[in-house]
Design a protein around this ligand. Structure first.
Ligand code: SF4
Length: 369
């Protein structure tokens, strides 16, 4: 299990190795073809900041070689904002007095029809963490119902057990995202004061339960701003590196959610600058050439447009982060505010203008038959 590997590294020691890395160590790591975890320290170090241009050039080259000139588009569809957890940074925190809503089958249908009309064929279903509001069986039913429209259906919901993940893959859900938020156990505990999410290990082991259940895409990430991004970046890279080797038939995907203001006004204790985030994206691409790298509409249009060519392979577009947000905009509370509010066709046009192909569909379940 990855947890056994994680336990071999102390947060404090990792931090020291990163911050004490020399320019020479960066130079030796940067041009190595196959990077080893020992190289991650130097690549993420403050000393590597001076090599950002080199990292970006290599990152861009690897991305074009492995993925071609494409940016794949997807849309999130929030089914519910009901949640039993109280994550301090989240608008859906159960203690927040917001209007709670779980979409009915008809409402999901309406939302998905709008996304289909906008051109999307890859969809990400999201809920808060409340199994009673949306059970695995209910989620499987939704996935089955919308499969006629969407070639790829992914989920970002509560961590499930192995049998429940099997229900998902049998219903045709091919992708899963579960972010650890932070790999710092102490920091994790502080921002997750109650509910099932308090269980660090249950969440950490979810990608492996999903891998065993046969998900085609497994997404992981750290919520940037919670802890030191360089140290979380090390553990995130280590996690992805481990999963890539263990689940070589699946694509490991990495997201870069950067904390934004939500209901409750949580202030990120470790803000991450645009330059830092660019550094992290470049390092991930250098370490993990075959991983999908995702950038969501949390980020500004300016940042997304500039960082797109460097390593990103998937982008969300036109996102609404509240249940019912596509058919009834601004009727319900959002999980977080989005920054890039351009329409999907506008984003597709920008992608094309930059010389890339905006891809709405790159896979079909029929390929499995
Ligand atoms: S981050 Fe997820 S689990 Fe935490 S309060 Fe928000 S919806 Fe619930």
């Amino acid at each position: 299990m990855f947890e056994d590997l994680l336990n071999k590294y102390l947060w404090k020691t990792v931090k020291e190795r990163i911050y004490n890395s020399s320019k020479e160590e960066v130079m030796s790591a940067i041009y190595k073809e196959n990077k080893h975890p020992d190289d991650f320290f130097a690549l993420l170090s403050p000393a590597a900041d001076a090599f950002l241009e080199e990292l970006a050039v290599i990152s861009q080259k690897i991305t074009r070689m492995r993925f071609g000139n494409i940016i794949q588009l997807y849309a999130p569809l929030y089914i519910s904002n009901e949640c039993t957890n109280s994550c301090l940074y989240c608008g859906f925190n159960r203690k927040n007095e917001i209007k709670r809503l779980t979409l009915s089958g008809e409402m999901v249908e309406e939302e998905s029809r709008l996304l289909f009309k906008q051109g999307f064929r890859h969809i990400l279903l999201l809920t808060g963490e409340d199994k009673h509001a949306v059970s695995p069986e209910a989620l499987a039913k939704i996935a089955n119902n919308i499969h006629s429209k969407f070639a790829s259906v992914s989920i970002e919901v509560y961590p499930m057990d192995s049998a429940e993940y099997k229900i998902m893959t049998e219903a045709g859900v091919d992708g899963l995202a579960v972010y650890q938020e932070t790999y710092d156990r102490i920091g994790y505990d502080a921002v997750h004061p109650s509910g099932m999410k308090k269980n660090f290990s249950w969440r950490l082991n979810a990608p492996e339960r999903a891998g065993d259940a046969g998900f085609r895409k497994i997404g992981i990430g750290a919520l940037l701003g919670l802890s030191d991004w360089r140290v979380d970046g090390f553990f995130l890279a280590l996690h992805a590196y481990y999963l890539t080797k263990k689940y070589w038939k699946s694509q490991i995907q990495i997201s870069f959610p950067r904390l934004k203001q939500a209901h409750g006004n949580y202030v990120p204790p470790n803000p991450v600058s645009d330059r830092d985030l660019t550094h992290l994206i470049c390092v991930m691409r250098n370490i993990l050439p075959d991983s999908g790298l995702l950038l969501s509409t949390r980020e500004s249009s300016h940042f997304r447009d500039n960082v797109m060519p460097i390593g990103i392979t998937m982008m969300s577009a036109g996102s609404k982060t509240e249940p019912g947000g596509y058919s009834h905009p601004d009727a319900n509370a959002r999980q977080f505010t989005i920054d890039d509010d351009r329409a999907p066709d506008e984003i597709a046009a920008v992608i094309a203008k930059k010389g890339f192909d905006p891809v709405w569909k790159d896979w079909d379940r029929e390929f499995l038959i």
